[in-house]
Write a protein that binds this ligand. Sequence first.
Ligand code: C2E
Ligand code: MG
Ligand code: MG
Ligand code: MG
Length: 285
Amino acid sequence: EAKTAGKNAVRFFDPAMQAILLVRMLLESNLRVALSQDQFQLYYQVQVNAAGGLLGAEALLRWFHPDRGFISPGEFIPVAEEAGLIIPIGRWVLETACAQLQQWQHDPLTADLTLAVNVSARQFRQSDFVEQVRSMIQQYAFPPDRLKIELTESTVLDDVDTTIRTMRDLRALGVGFSMDDFGTGYSSLAYLQKLPLTQLKIDQSFVRDLSEDENDATIVRAIISLGVNLGLDVIAEGVETDAQREFLMSHHCNAFQGYLFSRPLPLPEFEKLVRERRTAALSQE
Ligand code: C2E
Ligand code: MG
Ligand code: MG
Ligand code: MG
């Protein structure tokens, strides 16, 4: 049978493997139309300080497929990265975020909010990435320090020298940098102090078992003092309980993100949350 399929036909004889490959190919081809058919949305998850004040948000990509419904970024981002589709998708995310920052400038209740955007290695490595960001800042005319770029340790480690150069150029524009999922990679102190970061973001895997796992508690304490010593802000992600928040606060971590405060929300709901929280805060003064 393999013979009659012709010599150019690629055949997979492991049915399980073939199924996996087909699902991946289907996902990739669906991803190719998703942008043009407006299937992406940004959700916004609030970031707060120790006093409960709002600092800003992280923009998180959501994909609603017309038949399959919600597909999580954990599933499609790796496929988009591998297929190179993360470049147009990432550009859309960045542009949508910048347009949002411009909108927020018009209202005193939202004008100071920062917005963090996740940027993949492949997107960050584009030779004109700095130019893209520069022209978006110009086009959307918002204070550049409102924009934060989240990179992971693996993105940075990919090519440390190029990363540092690109980061410096963007820092010179005023853009901030957060090291996402910090503690899960292989950062060494030697280059961590060379990176022009503004923030360390403690990975949620350490936050999760903070109250029960002495090792996680030790790691979290170490990350916080590392950040403080490097002069960086430290934020914890995945904060779900008061106990976690209290532990973090008692060790001088003063910014938080997690379900304890809010899930990632569609824009109208996020803005409603900001409005409610901030007008309540004003009326208490
Ligand atoms: P991340 O950047 O580390 O984002 C944090 C993830 O934790 C988000 O998952 C968020 O919904 C989730 N989360 C927030 N608070 C809690 C909590 O209290 N408990 C728990 N268990 N989870 C919480 P999400 O939205 O599924 O995104 C997963 C990952 O996909 C992100 O991890 C990021 O690496 C990637 N991603 C999302 N949006 C984009 C994007 O626009 N571009 C790129 N390149 N990657 C993105
Ligand atoms: Mg992130
Ligand atoms: Mg993270
Ligand atoms: Mg993560």
